[in-house]
Structure formats: structure tokens, C-alpha cells
Ligand binder design. Structure first.
Ligand code: GRG
Length: 292
């Protein structure tokens, strides 16, 4: 990973994902399908955000790992379902065949469903907090972010917009909902568990909203300029499917400028916090500079 990415945190998350994964192996196929997608790589970006956000407010990494891993379960679930023939019909993800290619469409749907419910089982079983209300708040944040007013809603408009011309507002809606909401909920969840104040949460929300939008803009750019071998997913698939993306609407150069402006807005928000936010700022730079 690039130097600005907190590799120590990513490794902690990798270890925790393996430790928390259900020990049961029956029925074997479903666990194999879940593991296939969960352990085939991935930057663990959202899980890292949970941990690094908690650390800003004095939280310890090990104290928020159940929530960090749950976020990664939800994210992996969204990737499995996004890749299905009925949605994006992709064959490659995280450098390996997509879940439905490896296990069949029926098992892939169920693997996604299983990861989603495991996410909430993990938090409600293992997440501890000084204030138990904060655990309920985290569950609410993640359910909202992944539901109809978040990821699902964004995905619906994304599907309905394929092959059409959309205005900037619609494009932004899709990106903020489909991708931004889970990133925002990740940042907020870490801070909530570490007892950040409402005022601090407001500032972090500003950071995370811009970070989430920038992440999807760079995802769009990488689909045009990226390399399949480095991305671990097939480049060029947005254009083939007539997806509404920043490069499709604004062109590559303007999209890159917009990504930079959005990342800078995220970093500017952090200046309003009287805390050490260096790693969160590094993660914003990572979003702009990333090649995968
Ligand atoms: C999962 C609640 C839920 C609903 C399903 C399919 C769907 C509705 C939503 C799709 C959301 C989606 C896949 C958005 C794209 C987000 C995105 C940029 C994914 C790539 O994330 P990276 O680059 O991937 O962090 P890695 O592999 O590194 O984890």
C-alpha cells in the first residue's frame, strides 16, 4: 500500500476479520463463498476509517474492531450484489472471479445476504462501549447508510440512469448515496464509539461527505485510466454499460480537478477540529492519489 495509508491499522483489521469470522462450516458452500469475497484482498478503506476516526478522539483500535469488521462485511456484501448479472454483471473483483462466477448466482446472492446479517450480529455481540446507546447509534448509522436512503437508493438511481443524460445534481446524488453514505457512516461510527461530541461529529460529517464523493469520483476516473491487473476489476466497464460517471459528464481533466477540490474540502474541514487529524488527512490524500 502507498506510504500514506496506515498499513498497521489495515493489518490489525485483516487479523480481526479472520478472528471474528464464524467458526461454523456447515453448510460449507456458503461459508466458502463468503470467505472467497471477504478474503480476496481489498484495501479495507472503510474499516480503516472506523479505526482512525476513533483514534482522533482517544479511542483504541482494538476497541472498535468489531464495528470496523462489520463495515467491511457490509461493503463486501455490496460488491457481491453489485457484480451480479442482474446489476453490473462483472467477472472480476479484487483480482479473483466474482462470487457468482465462482459459486453460482444463487449462492452469491445468499453470501451477500449472510454477510449483511453477520455484520449486525458482530456489532451487537462483540462491540463494547462505555455508553451502550452509542452501539445502538452505530447500528442505526450503518443500517441507514446501507438502506434505501443510502446505498440501495443510490444504486437504484444509478441503474435507472444507465444510458441516459443526467444533470450534475443527479450524478452527485448517485455518488453520495451509493458510495458516500457508507464512508460517512464509517467515519462517524468510529467517532461515536470514542465519544466525540455532536459538534465534532458535525465537522467529521463534512470531512466524510467530501471524502465519500471524492472516492467515487476517483473510482470513476480509475475505470477510465486504470489498469485491470492493478485495479483487480475490469477497467472500462462503466463506459461499456453507459454508466453515469464524472468523466462521462465532465471529461477526464475536469473530473480530476473536481476530485482534487473535493479532497481539499475534506482536509479543510479537519482544520476545524482541535485534534490530531493527520491520518484522516493522509487518507484524503490517498483517495486522490490512489491507483486502485
Ligand atoms: C449492500 C446494502 C447493499 C445494497 C446493495 C449493489 C448495491 C446495493 C450497491 C452498490 C454499492 C457499490 C458497490 C458502490 C461502489 C462503491 C465502490 C467505489 C466500491 C469499490 O470500493 P473499494 O475501492 O474496493 O474500496 P476494495 O476492493 O478495495 O474494498
Amino acid at each position: 500500500m502507498p506510504s500514506k495509508f496506515p498499513e498497521d491499522t489495515r493489518l490489525l483489521i485483516e487479523e480481526a476479520l479472520r478472528r471474528y469470522f464464524p467458526q461454523t462450516t456447515c453448510p460449507e458452500t456458503i461459508y466458502e463463498a463468503m470467505k472467497h469475497s471477504l478474503f480476496s484482498g481489498g484495501k479495507r478503506f472503510r474499516a480503516v476509517l472506523v479505526v482512525e476516526s476513533a483514534k482522533v478522539f482517544g479511542g483504541r483500535a482494538e476497541d472498535v474492531l468489531p464495528t470496523a469488521c462489520a463495515v467491511e462485511y457490509i461493503h463486501t456484501y455490496s460488491l457481491i450484489h453489485d457484480d451480479l448479472p442482474a446489476i453490473d454483471n462483472d467477472d472480476l473483483r479484487r483480482g479473483v472471479p466474482t462470487c457468482h462466477v465462482a459459486f453460482g448466482e444463487d449462492i452469491a446472492i445468499l453470501a451477500g445476504d449472510a454477510l449483511y446479517s453477520e455484520a449486525f450480529r458482530l456489532i451487537s455481540t462483540l462491540q463494547k462501549a462505555n455508553d451502550p446507546q452509542s452501539i445502538i447509534q452505530v447500528i442505526r448509522e450503518l443500517a441507514t447508510a446501507s438502506g434505501v436512503s443510502g446505498m440501495v437508493g443510490g444504486q437504484v438511481v444509478d441503474i435507472q440512469s444507465e444510458g441516459k443524460t443526467v444533470d450534475e445534481e443527479t450524478l452527485r446524488f448517485i455518488h453520495e448515496k451509493k458510495t458516500g453514505e457508507l464512508i460517512k457512516a464509517s467515519v462517524r461510527s468510529g467517532a461515536i464509539l470514542a465519544c466525540a461530541s455532536n459538534k465534532e461529529l458535525e465537522v467529521l460529517t463534512d470531512y466524510a461527505t467530501n471524502l465519500g464523493l471524492a472516492f467515487q469520483i476517483t473510482d470513476d476516473i480509475l475505470d477510465v485510466v486504470g489498469d485491470t491487473a492493478i485495479l483487480g476489476k475490469t477497467a472500462g466497464s462503466d463506459e461499456r454499460r453507459g454508466k453515469v460517471t464524472y468523466p462521462a459528464v465532465f471529461g477526464l481533466k475536469k473530473s480530476e480537478e473536481m476530485a482534487k477540490i473535493t479532497v481539499d474540502r475534506a482536509k479543510d474541514a479537519l482544520k476545524r477540529l482541535n485534534r490530531n487529524t493527520d491520518t484522516l488527512a493522509d487518507l484524503a490524500d490517498f483517495v486522490y492519489e490512489r491507483r486502485f
